[in-house]
Ligand binder design. Structure first.
Ligand code: FES
Ligand SMILES: [Fe+2]
Length: 350
């Protein structure tokens, strides 16, 4: 073994926790569990909601004498307040201590809370360089009417870095080589506006759907990358008329692992131009959930194919590129804004 050479993501020279908004949990999961604890961006955090729906994300350390505030330590949410398991201080979702067992609130005892952003029931926390407040917001997404499915969400954990996973948005070449897409096209130059990056591309892919039929899908996609934890992709499929939305949310856990959540939903098929064997007997409203599951399945399959590479790869600051690679270095120059000193990359090279 070459001296100093270690396995993949462990030798990444990228700082592990870039600035930005990073996914934590869905509102539905928070409300179902009552209190959730996560290792998130190298910190232990807790998240809960009060009866009017206000969400609080806080570091999992009590300001009184330092108890952990997770459910395993015995913390509970009672009447919308987080109750510390050590001496019973009670905290509102503002982070303020509003009651103690002796009756007097400890006014100076505040939880260390994070800024919260919610999009379509997905809860994000802000992680600022040096603890600074949010410098930008995640944009709203086009609303979904009654003809859209509910969100499907799945999360997988592996060794990786969100800059490396988001790089796939501009790495057009890998779409055909790993994922087997054909007719892959870059449909416009990559656009960058502050923390936002937009990549437009197209591809065709042939898939077996619900073990019933083989379909060739012709897809136009617009990926909106907003920081390194958030990618929102709009798909339009032109053969049978699928409109789908996909979120790819990469959240660093502890400096080595990331949680990648794949969230999808789709609109009920527009006028199908083609017969879909096996699905034609289903009522229209049932086709969308089946195809949404199909889309989620094939996105997970894609991520699993990528994960084999991501979890073993090295960050190469000066990649030796070819002309079919897409705008990798433009993407990396964009990424530099999310680090205190910038990642070690050389955007001056072709
Ligand atoms: S450590 Fe939390 S109430 Fe004392
Ligand atoms: Fe990929």
């Amino acid at each position: 073994m070459i001296a100093g050479l270690q396995q993949g993501a462990n030798v990444s020279s990228l700082p592990p926790f870039p600035e930005g908004w990073f996914f934590i949990a869905t509102r539905a999961a928070v409300q179902k569990a009552g209190l959730i604890q996560r290792t998130w961006m190298g910190d232990e955090i807790v998240i809960w909601a009060d009866p009017v729906g206000q969400i609080c994300i806080a570091r999992s350390v009590c300001p009184h004498l330092g108890s952990d505030l997770g459910p395993e330590a015995g913390a509970k949410v009672v009447g919308g307040r987080l109750v510390c398991p050590f001496h019973g201080f009670e905290f509102e979702t503002s982070g303020q201590c509003v009651a103690t067992p002796s009756g007097a609130p400890a006014r100076s005892a505040n939880l260390d809370i994070l800024e919260v952003r919610e999009i379509e029931g997905l809860i994000f926390g802000w992680r600022g360089l040096g603890g600074r407040p949010s410098q930008w917001q995640l944009p709203d997404v086009p609303g979904a009417g009654d003809d859209w499915t509910d969100l499907q969400i799945r999360t997988i954990r592996f060794a990786g870095h969100p800059q490396e996973t988001s790089e796939n948005s501009v790495d057009i070449a890998h779409l055909s080589y790993i994922h087997g897409y054909h007719n892959v096209t870059s449909d416009a130059p990559v656009l960058i506006d502050g923390p936002r990056l937009e990549s437009r591309f197209g591809f065709s892919t042939t898939r077996r759907i619900a073990k019933l039929s083989r379909l060739t899908l012709h897809v136009s996609a617009v990926a909106h990358v907003v920081g390194l934890g958030y990618s929102f992709v709009e798909f339009q499929e032109h053969s049978i008329g699928i409109d789908a939305q996909l979120w790819v949310l990469a959240t660093p856990v502890d400096g080595t692992l990331i949680d990648m959540s794949i969230v999808s939903r789709m609109r009920t098929l527009r006028e199908p131009k083609r017969f879909i064997a096996g699905l034609n007997f289903l009522p229209q409203r049932m086709r969308a959930p089946i195809i949404n599951k199909f889309i989620a399945d094939f996105q997970i399959r894609d991520v699993q194919q990528d994960e084999v590479i991501w979890s073993r790869k090295h960050y190469v600051p000066r990649p030796r590129l070819v002309h079919t690679d897409g705008e990798i270095m433009k993407y990396r120059a964009y990424c530099a804004q999310f680090y205190a000193d910038g990642p070690r990359c050389d955007s001056s090279r072709p």
